[in-house]
Design a protein around this ligand. Structure first.
Ligand code: URA
Length: 241
């Protein structure tokens, strides 16, 4: 048995004060009865807890979708910088780590989990898991760039980058694009644009594999993955469900 507010924190519904607020607003039910108090006890294995219309599932692993804001490093600890873990409630911080890295100034989708196997499979260079980004670019992005991104770009690695799908949303002095890459090399997108004489001004990750950034999440907000999202990621990596 554990306190309801703790249970909601650990299953990814927000910070202690946010989940207390949800309980006070009558948005949480335990076995179909509206929860009265954040401190009431629940049986995490047996009780059915619904928060804001979503089932809170106490699973073996935690999977969190974070809308990373700029200004945080993708690490579990840092002596000088704020890390993405600082954005999560204390109850969630134990054992959880970001799956891959976004640069400090990059925003968008970041998956955090304590499931090492899934993280390893998603990051494996062999699996070529697609990552799609939106970016604003200093310089006029043209069809020639689309061709070059598809053919592979020399960024100072042993091999050229794998084919990347570049889509032009706006071609101007400051262009807007979407790009899908299959790898996750250090500063990859910035280096690819630099190699073709352009500069990334703003970068935001929209998706990773089957997982898409929830448009309802503002920068700095997070939520637990749904069972469907977890299932799709596991299917993508060929894991047993
Ligand atoms: N490519 C970059 O250059 N930076 C990121 O944060 C992610 C991909």
């Amino acid at each position: 048995m554990m306190r309801l507010d703790r249970f909601l924190c650990e299953t990814g519904f927000g910070t202690r004060s946010q989940v207390k607020d949800l309980v006070k607003k009558g948005l949480v039910t335990v076995n179909r009865t509206v929860a009265g108090k954040p401190e009431q006890k629940v049986d995490e294995a047996r009780d059915t807890v619904i928060c804001n219309g979503k089932k809170a599932v106490y699973a073996k692993f935690v999977y969190i979708m974070l809308h990373k804001p700029a200004g945080y490093v993708s690490a579990t600890s840092d002596s000088r910088e704020q890390t993405v873990l600082d954005l999560l409630c204390k109850e969630l911080q134990k054992g959880i780590f970001p799956v891959g890295r976004l640069d400090k100034d990059t925003e968008g989708l970041l998956l955090l989990t304590d499931d090492g196997d899934l993280a390893h499979l998603l990051l494996s260079p062999k699996r070529h898991v697609d990552k799609t980004y939106y970016a604003q670019i200093e310089g006029c992005v043209t069809e020639e760039h689309v061709k070059r991104f598809w053919e592979g770009i020399e960024i100072g690695e042993k091999k050229e980058t794998l084919p990347s799908k570049l889509q032009i949303l706006k071609s101007a002095a400051v262009s807007e694009i979407k790009v899908t890459i299959q790898e996750g090399k250090y500063h990859q997108i910035k280096r690819m644009f630099e190699a073709v004489g352009c500069k990334v001004l703003y970068l935001k990750r929209l998706s990773m594999g089957t997982l898409e950034l929830d448009q309802a999440l503002k920068a700095g907000e997070y939520r637990a993955l749904t069972e469907e999202e977890i299932k799709s990621l596991k299917q993508l990596t060929g894991q047993q469900i």
